[in-house]
Design a binder for this molecule. Structure first.
Ligand code: B12
Length: 284
């Protein structure tokens, strides 16, 4: 704590490094009180009279937690009644050291969690791309596949981890529908286990993982492992998006059948996926 500028008020000594934001409410960066150092900066203030608790240490700790709880309940109450300033109450809760997750949860009790609904619309890619022998070529491959296998090739477009870039995934989904694939598109922020389970339930032939937030080296191997655990290592995994060339070898070694980096033309990806599906043993 050397170099801090201590300030004294009664028996409480707060230590606020000059580089940190100004403390507010019941919060100070570090406080020494009743012979204890409160490193979280949270003070055991009793709401009645707004005084520092001089109860035993356990009771002081309980007071701190009760204060956080009260601040969170105030957020929920304001969300429910529509009265009060939610932002101000959320800041008070943060000053009482509630986490962002806890503050969100306090509001979620009333508002629920936003669930994005993704719909796939067929025909858009084809109409934008125009009449193209490239698309017709892939279409012929998927038609031949359907005639041979009794159903169309099915692809699951997955967005994994914290990657929220969903525009590419939507473009890919509509394009593949126009190429004659059956397309399922998963929700944002799935875990590899969730995506694998969904893909197995839908009995897809291939998972197209769209990666734009640099999570592929962690998430792709996990997805491949989850498919193995579910007894479906035969479901092919391909990866597209912002994938740097230096990661290709690693991804291939960990189970990627194909990687489609920036600038890849989608009809070419459709053709390559069909080549790989048709090349599986016993499927030619
Ligand atoms: C738009 C955008 C955003 C939007 C996303 C909106 C949305 N709902 O999607 C917003 C502003 C929210 C955003 C946020 C962030 N972004 Co951003 N974003 C972009 C940007 C400019 C364009 C992406 C895009 O939509 N392209 C258009 C679509 C149609 O193209 P696409 O996704 O590439 O898909 C095509 C191909 O890649 C391929 N493809 C993609 N997936 C698949 C899958 C398969 C199976 C196949 C076959 C093909 C395929 O086909 C598609 C069609 O051609 C890129 C830069 C760039 N030029 O790529 C950065 C970029 C992706 N973002 C980046 C970053 C760092 C972020 C943030 C972390 C920034 C931050 N610090 O907050 C956050 C992360 C948020 C999150 N949770 O993911 C980096 C990622 C770097 C990396 N991967 O190492 C990029 C590359 C910018 C950069 N050069 O640094 N972003």
């Amino acid at each position: 704590m050397a170099g801090d500028s201590p300030s004294n008020s009664g028996r409480v000594q707060t230590l606020n490094p000059a580089t940190m934001a100004t403390p507010g409410g019941h919060y100070s960066h570090v406080a020494v009180a009743n012979g204890f150092v409160f490193v979280s900066g949270q003070l055991p203030i009793t709401p009645a009279g707004v005084k520092l608790s001089d109860a035993p240490f356990e009771a002081q700790a309980a007071q701190v937690l009760a204060n956080v709880q009260a601040a969170l309940e105030a957020v929920t109450a304001a969300a429910r009644s529509g009265q009060g300033n939610l932002l101000e109450l959320a800041i008070t809760a943060a000053q009482a050291r509630a986490t962002l997750g806890e503050i969100s949860e306090a509001m979620e009790k009333v508002f629920g969690r936003h669930q994005a609904i993704t719909r796939t619309i067929a025909g858009v890619y084809r109409s934008e791309f125009g009449a193209s022998p490239e698309i017709e070529e892939v279409r012929a491959l998927t038609d031949a596949f359907a005639a041979r296998e009794g159903r169309r090739p099915r692809i699951y477009i997955a967005k994994l981890g914290q990657d929220g870039h969903d525009r590419g995934a939507k473009v890919v989904a509509t394009a593949f529908a126009d190429f004659g694939f059956d397309v399922d598109i998963g929700p944002l922020f799935q875990t590899p286990a969730e995506a694998a389970r969904q893909a197995v339930e839908n009995d897809v032939h291939v998972i197209g993982m769209s990666s734009l937030a640099a999570g592929h080296k962690t998430l792709l191997p996990q997805l491949v492992e989850e498919l193995k655990k579910l007894g479906r290592p035969d479901i092919m995994v391909v990866c597209g998006g912002v994938v740097p060339a230096q990661d290709y070898d690693y991804l291939h070694e960990h189970g990627a059948a194909a990687i489609f980096g920036p600038g890849t033309r989608l009809p070419a990806t459709g053709r390559e996926i069909m080549r790989l599906l048709d090349g599986r043993p016993g499927h030619t």
